[in-house]
Design a protein around this ligand. Structure first.
Ligand SMILES: [Zn+2]
Length: 325
């Protein structure tokens, strides 16, 4: 293919945006159709009339490089903002020619409406769609809850009447920052614990507001789990710790959650670590055991939703009609 000439107008990047949403804005800014613009990037297949609300766009390495040249930005700048362009989501190289694909559904992650106020601050007035691991996203800056709904009459939920949800989200972000992938696994397990039949709470996907209703309790549960899990990953747990922990959880969080957490803890028994070495420095630490061994999967994919991350078998998601249309 011929060399690419940079497009004349610079289109601002929005953190976490989907590639399809970005390319749609890019084409609109230059008065082109998306298919015309993509024909310059490479060869590909796309469903007719693709909509960035419903589908995500994927490139191979050569097409990704051409896109970076087209927008006149270094590749790593694009990769920081657009998660679906990162290596783990690249299409195979094939013949080496630049190629793209625009399937109907994202291969991983969900297309969540981006915060209009955050976008406007970057000078973007078009609708932006983010690619996120879960079908919802809370903008801490503007106190708004966004999801995958395409309903323009109700694009977000204002969280100012429910500051406890924002506090819970802040605590969740802190936990994930402190514990890394283990933090994400624990939050996923916490949502699964709330889906235990004894707990009798609504399931995710049962209504648009279900994540809001569940989040504060899920975060409380995840912090309780974190206490036990950190000791477990450090190899410092003894069976007496479990008994004490279970009693405390039951008296603080109630009988039903206590029951579900008891079952969770039975799935997270002490790791079989190598025998204690003589020197303290050689001891295993949670730093080395970033990933819980059994029963979790060793790798935590970046775009895996809570129902795929958890090791528990309780159904997190509601069955039947979904609230998003
Ligand atoms: Zn915002």
């Amino acid at each position: 293919m011929e060399r690419i000439r940079p497009l004349p107008y610079r289109v601002p990047l929005v953190d976490g945006e989907s590639t399809g949403s970005f390319v749609t804005r890019l084409a609109a800014r230059h008065g082109q159709s998306v298919s015309h613009l993509l024909a310059t990037v490479g060869e590909g297949r796309s469903a007719a009339d693709v909509d960035p609300w419903q589908s995500e766009l994927y490139f191979n390495a050569a097409a990704r490089q051409r896109l970076a040249e087209m927008v006149g930005r270094p590749l790593d700048q694009l990769l920081r903002a657009l998660a679906s362009l990162r290596d783990e989501h690249l299409l195979p190289d094939g013949s080496g020619a630049a190629a793209y694909r625009w399937p109907w559904r994202p291969r991983s992650g969900f297309l969540v409406r981006g915060c209009a106020l955050c976008a406007a601050r970057r000078g973007v007035l078009d609708q932006v769609w983010l690619i996120r691991p879960d079908p919802w996203h809370i903008c801490m800056q503007h106190g708004r809850f966004y999801d995958i709904s395409g309903d323009d009459r109700w694009p977000f939920i204002d969280l100012s009447p429910g500051p406890h949800v924002l506090q819970a989200e802040l605590r969740r972000l802190r936990l994930v920052k402190r514990l890394g992938p283990v933090g994400r696994l624990l939050v996923a397990d916490a949502f699964a614990v709330l889906a235990h039949p004894a707990v009798q709470l609504p399931r995710l996907g049962g209504s648009r507001t279900a994540p809001l209703r569940l989040l504060p309790t899920a975060v409380t549960v995840a912090y309780r789990m974190a206490w036990l899990e950190r000791l477990r990953l450090d190899g410092r747990l003894v069976h007496g710790d479990y008994r004490r922990w279970r009693e405390e959880v039951r008296s603080d969080l109630g009988r039903q959650l206590g029951l579900a957490l008891h079952e969770w803890s039975e799935w997270h028994l002490p790791l079989q670590l190598p025998p204690l070495p003589l020197t303290r420095a050689a001891r295993p630490s949670s730093r080395r055991y970033r990933q819980p061994d059994f029963p979790h999967q060793p790798a935590v994919p970046g775009m895996a939703p809570v129902d795929k991350l958890t090791c528990l078998s309780w159904e997190i998601l509601a069955h039947g009609p979904r609230p998003y249309g």
